[in-house]
Ligand binder design. Sequence first.
Ligand SMILES: [Zn+2]
Length: 228
Amino acid sequence: MTREDFKNAKFIDIHAHRQLEQQDTVIIYSFAPGLNELPPKKTLFSAGIHPWNMNEIDISESFLQITSLSKNQELRFIGESGLDSSIEIPLSEQENLFLKHFELSESTKLPLIIHCVRQLSRLLEIRNKRRPRSSWIIHDFNGNQQMIEQCLREGSNKIYFSLGPRFFKSPHSKIANSLKSLPLDRVFFETDDQEEINVKMIYEEFAKRNQIEISSLKEQVIKNYKAL
Ligand SMILES: [Zn+2]
């Protein structure tokens, strides 16, 4: 999807690793230097180094590339970047790299798209200390009511929740059971790295569970995107 297509779009896939051509969907392609290809011109994208890939690429070279892309009009988010306590890479190293993304997000005023596994409290500590001006989107969010409330208490600028495969595929996940705690003006949807689902399916599931019209959900998400 290109910038021009955005105004006619119905659905937004805020975080996708593949560019699946879909007429009625804006896809924000997740570019990972050293691991996948830069998208064709005019494609909206994010750029970042995922903690899982820290040992697979040259980090300083990749980060330089991300920094130079930040002049590109189609770059819409910094990330994904984040903290993950389920992997071997020491959290201190992950955090150093996350903070570089954080600083870039602040200096470019682009929202930060965050990967977070069992590190929400640490993320919120960082946030409290550094008081970002750019918005944060926690992608494939899987938190319970208490975690959602913690995020919502974070003042000044906003934390958004992007719901993806976790929510869609696991009806008993924390997030699937906490939908009522999510304000609609803080939600996005994504397919992440899943090929067999599209974002419409995720919108539909969310709309069904919340008993809202798909059309008003689409409008709300476009509003949320503009508010970023
Ligand atoms: Zn991802």
